[in-house]
Structure formats: structure tokens, C-alpha cells
Design a protein around this ligand. Structure first.
Ligand SMILES: [Fe+2]
Length: 339
């Protein structure tokens, strides 16, 4: 196994992704390095298995509750249908928990099969409002990926380089979130917005500390790129000033790795202190199809599995209570006159 240093990322060469022992080493590496590139073609089944060596699959709470029909009713029907639509592409895998198609092909009715349309995507991370142990996304190019890019920004070196004053500020701040209607891409269609909404910020006033870390203790910033409301105890105006200031520190070429995709490659990336974005608008390449798997690392690092609560308005809510709150909110939106 040979590690090549990229710009705030690594590429691992001479690794056999069909070999479990090699893949376990990769899991330990990504837990420290945050962004890890492997230029090797594997099947979607194998991507699923690699993540299975590392830990439990991860699904956003609301996606899980609706997918498992623990939340039901007319008001959830469209989300249930949309979630099944985006996982259809990988349905040759019996258990596809945690797996989805990210980009798109269109089905026979002209509806994109993926979570996003093919425009640019602003900086984000998966379930960014949800405080949780470290999760890793494996993003794999299947076909049509040439001429498209994904950018990655691991915040660890920037956090390390902060002044003492800035670091104490980051260590203390708590981000408060609110769904913003889907500003990460202007081109999301309604069904995709619904999926992203219940992935990212299902309920207003969710909160999480700005400081986060990997399972190996690498500290960084859970930067609130969008759907950010304010920092706890601070006005919106003051919060935005701090957010912009922090972004001016993070958004530097030395911290950003941009991957030029070829088909048959995988980038494994942390979701807790690392952002990613799609800088290219792949309008001309509407066959671009990527596969995505997400998991924890709790098989490699014990006690680092999914947390059992949501941070909301100064409280820790168990999942059941939180899901019930979201259900009531959704019901009131669905039947506005009755509310
Ligand atoms: Fe993403």
C-alpha cells in the first residue's frame, strides 16, 4: 500500500480493494486523513462490503423512520416514494441500507434517478445539522463522470492553524440550524428538496457544536455552510459575521482538494469536519452516475457507533421523541387548515 500526498488529501495506490485486510487499513487511514482517493474500479456490492468492514451503515433518522414505515400517513407518502426512487438504481444489492445513487440518469418518465440534479452543488456535508460520531461517505464514479469534479475541504489543518483566540471561539460556539428551502443548488426539483430537507435539517433549532472530531481525535470545524440560522446566544447578524470570517480562513486553495473524476474511482471522505462541493455544472453529461455509501467506523473503533439522541434547543432528545415532533410538524404543513 503506497500513500501519495495530495493537496490536503491522500491517494492510496497498490491497494487491493477486494482484500478485506487492505480495506481495514484504508478505514483506519480515512479516520485520520479525512479524504482518501483510490483509483480502482469495484462493484457497488463491494463498496457496500468495504463499509460493512468499517461499521454500521448510516441513514438519516427521518429517512430511516419513513423508510421503515415507523412514520406513516398521507403526509409521508411522497418522501417514502422518493426515497425508494433514489435507491432503485442499486436494487440488485439485497440490503442496500446506507446506499444511494447521488447523481443522475433519468428514468423512462424523464425523472432524475439521483438525489441531486446535475448542476453545481454548494459546500455541504451529509446530515450537517445532526451531531453524531464520525461517518464516512464512499463516493464512487460509475459512468459518465469524465469532465466532472468534486471538491473536498478537510478543516483539520485550518483548525490547527487558528490563533488561540479564534480556536477558543470555535471551541465554544454552537450552531443552530433551520431548513432554508434547498439553497445548496438552485436546480433541485421538489422531490429532491424533500429528500435533502429530511436528511439535512428536518426540524428547526437543531443544534451541534462547531467543534467536531474524527474517531481518532483529529479536531476540526463542522462548518455550517448553509441551512445555518445562527450561533446559540448570538444575533443572526453577529453570527453571519463570524461565519464569514471563519469561511475566509477555510476557503483557501491549500485546504481544498479538487478531484477530476474518471469512471471507476472511489473517494472516501469524513463527514464531521470535512465539506464537499460540486464545482462543475455537468449539464452536458447527463449520464453521469455516482454511487454513494455511508457508514460509521464502529467496527474499527468501539463506542463510535450512532448516537442515540438529537441536540435540540438545549435538550437531548431521543430519536423517538424527535421523530414524533417532526411528524407533528409535517402533519400541520400537510393539513394547514386543521392546524
Ligand atoms: Fe454531498
Amino acid at each position: 500500500m503506497r500513500v501519495v500526498q495530495l493537496n490536503n488529501a491522500i491517494e492510496v495506490q497498490d491497494v487491493d480493494l477486494e482484500n478485506d485486510a487492505d480495506c481495514i487499513e484504508l478505514g483506519k487511514l480515512v479516520a485520520k486523513e479525512c479524504v482518501l482517493v483510490v483509483k480502482q474500479k469495484i462493484s457497488e456490492q463491494r463498496l457496500f462490503e468495504i463499509h460493512g468492514l468499517w461499521g454500521q451503515p448510516c441513514k438519516a433518522i427521518l429517512h430511516r423512520y419513513v423508510g421503515e414505515q415507523r412514520l406513516t400517513g398521507k403526509h409521508w407518502r411522497s418522501l417514502l416514494a422518493n426515497l425508494s426512487h433514489v435507491s432503485k438504481g442499486v436494487d440488485h444489492i439485497a440490503d442496500r441500507s446506507g446506499m444511494s445513487r447521488v447523481s443522475f440518469e433519468k428514468n423512462e418518465k424523464g425523472k432524475p434517478m439521483g438525489v441531486f440534479t446535475n448542476g453545481k452543488l454548494d459546500w455541504h456535508s451529509d446530515q450537517q445539522a445532526y451531531h453524531d460520531n464520525q461517518r464516512i461517505v464512499g463516493l464512487m464514479s460509475l459512468w459518465g463522470s469524465v469532465n466532472s469534479q468534486t471538491s473536498f475541504l478537510c478543516t483539520a489543518p485550518a483548525y490547527e492553524a487558528l490563533s488561540n483566540e479564534d480556536r477558543s471561539m470555535v471551541d465554544e460556539l454552537v450552531s443552530v440550524w433551520e431548513w432554508d428551502g434547498g439553497s445548496m443548488s438552485e436546480e433541485l426539483i421538489e422531490s429532491q428538496k424533500e429528500i435533502v430537507h429530511y436528511n439535512m435539517v428536518p426540524y428547526p433549532l437543531m443544534e451541534c457544536p462547531l467543534l467536531d472530531e474524527t474517531v481518532t481525535g483529529v479536531k476540526g470545524i463542522r462548518f455550517p455552510s448553509h441551512c445555518f440560522s445562527h450561533f446559540k446566544g448570538m444575533s443572526k447578524g453577529e453570527s453571519m459575521k463570524i461565519k464569514d470570517y471563519l469561511w475566509s480562513i477555510l476557503n483557501k486553495p491549500e485546504y481544498i482538494y479538487t478531484h477530476d473524476w474518471q469512471d471507476g474511482e472511489v473517494v472516501f471522505m469524513d463527514q464531521n469536519i470535512t465539506l464537499h462541493a460540486r464545482p462543475t455544472n455537468v449539464q452536458d453529461g447527463d449520464t453521469r452516475t455516482m454511487c454513494r455509501m455511508i457508514s460509521y467506523l464502529d467496527n474499527l473503533y468501539s463506542d463510535c457507533g450512532p448516537l442515540d439522541h438529537v441536540l435540540y434547543n438545549g435538550n437531548k432528545l431521543d430519536h423517538e421523541t424527535f421523530a414524533k415532533m417532526v411528524d407533528e410538524q409535517r402533519l400541520a404543513e400537510y393539513y394547514p387548515k386543521a392546524a
